[in-house]
Design a protein around this ligand. Structure first.
Ligand code: EPU
Length: 335
């Protein structure tokens, strides 16, 4: 384990923000991690655990210890149960599962980040969420050094939510995740664009691999590749509003898209609200709002995290003023 000082985090966050860490270490094993956390040199320092760095915005240099988690390994436990170490890349794991003949997570293809970050916000796309295939995870309790198992119920999953973003925020490091996948080949193509893309390719009864290919092409056409343009995917969550509030907006904008969200509530795409507020494609020097997807803030190179954060706050304020809706940030802001 090598301790690096004043280390740039540019390659460790998909926004590509060039913030620095006072101390940086890459860990490859649980024993390394436990040793590090019990080392008196570091106990009082603020700590930041990084996986793929795909859902954070670093607003300044990190005055503390950044721990880059590199635990690797995939084990088949039988019966479709698979245990994946937290440091495996999510998309690589999806590709591996499809090659082995599994299905269930093909709709989550090309989501950036590591496996260990997936339960943090119950990743989801194209009608599928992690919680549908999630069995349990192992996590290290940072202050006591104990390892605990969290079942699906114990994770309190919600829309881009889990206990690790709320009550237990900052208390645990996720070490491994166990999922249950299927081999029945049943796919979910109900999300509009998927069936359209498959139809264009002349595919009638798609295999999980064909669904994955379709999703990869949809995502590539709409979302910027973080390797080329720094970004963190959806920056805001889609707000859920009451029916009367929705009706009020619909009166003025009959074209407003919406999804029923249970209990008489309605989900409105944040991207639509941001676009209507005039932000889509806006560029401020080296950062801005993506031209194809208004929900994605981008760093064209060399932008500072605090500038992007300020833009996010301005977008929040203008959507609040125009629609009286508060957009919640989905990305973790590291002050
Ligand atoms: N829209 C606009 N303007 C835009 C983009 C979209 O008005 O610039 C409207 C359109 O009406 C469109 C609707 O917004 O039909 C929804 O857009 P889209 O289907 O692209 O999905 P989204 O709601 O923006 C969510 C997730 C994505 C996920 C996609 C696909 C959230 C916050 N985001 O985006 O997740 O990939 O659905 O399922 O729930 C992520 O979390 O980082 C992420 C990319």
């Amino acid at each position: 384990m090598q301790l690096l000082k004043n280390h740039s985090l540019k390659d460790y966050n998909t926004f590509g923000v060039d913030a620095k860490a006072d101390f940086f270490v890459h860990v490859k094993s649980i024993s390394d991690l436990k040793n590090l956390l019990s080392n008196p040199q570091f106990t009082s320092l603020p700590k930041l655990f990084l996986g793929g760095g795909s859902n954070i915005l670093l607003c300044s240099d990190f005055k503390g210890l950044v721990i880059h988690l590199g635990l690797k390994g995939i084990e088949e436990l039988g019966n479709g149960l698979i245990r994946i170490q937290a440091g495996e890349g999510w998309h690589n794991f999806v590709m591996w599962s499809l090659e082995q003949g599994y299905n269930g997570i093909e709709n989550l293809s090309l989501i950036p980040g590591n496996v260990g970050a997936a339960p943090m916000q119950n990743i989801g796309a194209y009608g599928v969420e992690l919680r549908q295939v999630f069995v349990e995870l192992e996590a290290l309790h940072i202050s006591s050094g104990k390892t605990l198992v969290f079942s699906n119920e114990a994770c309190l999953f919600g829309y881009r939510e889990s206990i690790f973003k709320n009550k237990q925020k900052g208390n645990y490091v996720i070490l491994s995740v166990t999922l249950k996948l299927q081999t029945n080949g049943i796919v979910n193509t109900s999300y509009g664009a998927i069936s359209e893309v498959l139809r264009e390719k002349g595919i009638e009864n798609p295999t999980p691999i064909q669904v994955s290919d379709a999703i990869v092409s949809i995502r590539k056409s709409k979302l910027p590749d973080p390797v080329e343009i720094g970004n963190s995917g959806s920056f805001f969550k889609n707000p859920v509003v009451s029916s009367p509030d929705y009706d009020h907006i619909k009166k003025q904008y009959p074209e407003v898209p919406s999804y029923p969200s249970g209990e008489g509530r309605v989900k409105i795409p944040a991207a639509w609200l941001i676009e209507k507020a005039g932000w889509k494609g806006k560029c401020f020097g080296n950062y801005g709002v993506h031209k194809n997807q208004a929900l994605v803030l981008v760093n064209y190179g060399g932008a500072r995290g605090e500038d992007i954060y300020q833009l996010a706050q301005e977008i929040q304020a203008s959507v609040k003023e125009k629609f009286d809706i508060h957009l919640k940030m989905e990305v973790n802001i590291i002050p």
